[in-house]
Design a protein. Sequence first.
Lengths: 332, 262
Amino acid sequence: MSDYKGVVVYCEIKGDKILPISAEGLGVGRKLADSLGQELWAILVGGGIINLAQTAIASGADKVYIVDDAQLKDYQPDAYLSVLEKATKQLKPQIIILGQTDVGRELAPRLAFRLGTAVTMDCVELAIDPDSKRLLQTKPVYGGNAQAVFITETDPQIVTIRTKAMAALTPDASRKGEVINIPAQLDASVIKSKITDRVIEEVAGIKIEDAQVVVAGGRGIGNADGFKQLEELAKLLKGAVGASRPPCDNNWIPDTAQIGLTGKIIAPEIYIAIAISGSSQHMSGCSGSKTLIAINKDKEANIFRYARYGVVGDWKKVLPAFTQKLKELITA
Amino acid sequence: MNIIVCVKQVIDPEAPPASFKIDAANNKAEMRGAAPVIDPYGEYAVEAGLRIKEAKGGRITVMSLGVNLLREVVKKPLAMGADELILLEDEALTKGDGWSTAYSLAMAIKKRGNFDLILCGREASDTNAGQTGPAIAEILGLPCITLARKIEINDSKIKMERVNSSGYEVIESSLPAVVTVSNEIGQPRYPTIKGIMAAKKIEPVIWKPADLGIEAGKVSQRTRINKLFQPVHEAKCEFAAGETPEEMAVNLAVKLREARIL
């Protein structure tokens, strides 16, 4: 194990930017590297991305390895995986950090199992064990009902991190670092599956993942009409409407609005949970919200254990009065 | 089309959170008073398999690894319409980690042979890891496509739509392949009475480590769990005061405005 050294962050690129989650990876990676007395590296894969190296350095990297090739301009899982596999075998890092994104979700486990090591997905906390110097990987399990701390006994120790769970460093443009090119040397025979089309689905209004405010309803809303009242509040707050699983199962609202283990995992500034009891399956999708406000007629509902503010009452009476008063206050 | 679907018996994720308890000595969790279920995403994988079978014909083999597998639980995919059930039911096989689980399943898939497609749920509701599908693909050297919301099979090729944060990607691959299924594929069907009766007549095949060429007691492990705990949520909810729901609502709005939250 001892010949593995260094912490490396796979920096995901979208458009012409490094994703915020990758900057968060560099932020926590910096801490881990410092505590091990090792270097922090970034790996960038794409086409025409050389100018992003400095961003990675400003965000904490000591060295940036760049695999820049026109054939890598768009994400292709098999090609990207083979590039990462080769880079990892060459660099022999002790720790590899990826984001828990739709790309990280598949690259991280495939890379780990291809290299014969293990991966811990969706970590919310990473630290070095003072005695063993191994990586303590904390992740939610059982839909957020519990957390588990894992230790990987093989190197590299691979993890993905949950969005907004770790802090990025304030970018420092004066930081210095080294930029190293790695040739892609793509071998066509590794490409077994291919992305042939990318479809962006327009959603009316604000996307739920990007919304600062989410107004969500549960089984107690009762029907599709009920959700219109939630929409009114969401519109007032320039937010999006979400739901727990039962309203989606009953077609009161499209599946794309579902928050939870079998839906979307979001972390808005404000989450307003209306007639949602707070099952673990739902909470795993919204427990990262900064401020949670709950309206529920059952004072014992689990949702109040997570809520910062609450009203115990029938939403049909609470919500119209709440929306009306808020409208007055906001326009005043 | 011969399809293998991997499913897992888990504690019921829809049970009230109050019944969730941790057995700290064994780093295990349980839902008191709630029966286990087939993992929700696993049911989506079964549904995806059944739709392909309806369109193209074929046979669906369900595999599950675990101990104390309740027959009425693990037979649910059969009741939904799957054809056979193979259980890797042995204490030794559950002693490992995500790697050993995937390895055991991969060995069982190899032993079963004659397959075109392997389906898994995108992640299990207990470990929330999403590793088993990709791991099986890597161990068997097969193409791996994750997060399917639509699957089409044409002339031994698979075309599918993969969910991502802005919409979806269309992916094409040769077969056999491993595909993980997301909930966007559509609601799993309920077992019919006829299906339940048919499932009763199917005896699961049980494979032990020796059947898979795995030496019991030598299950390879790369990860260990250091601690399992319940994060403490301090009840710090400020309830809005008032005589009526409307009054409470108004007071909440005022409070949130004053605190500059809204």
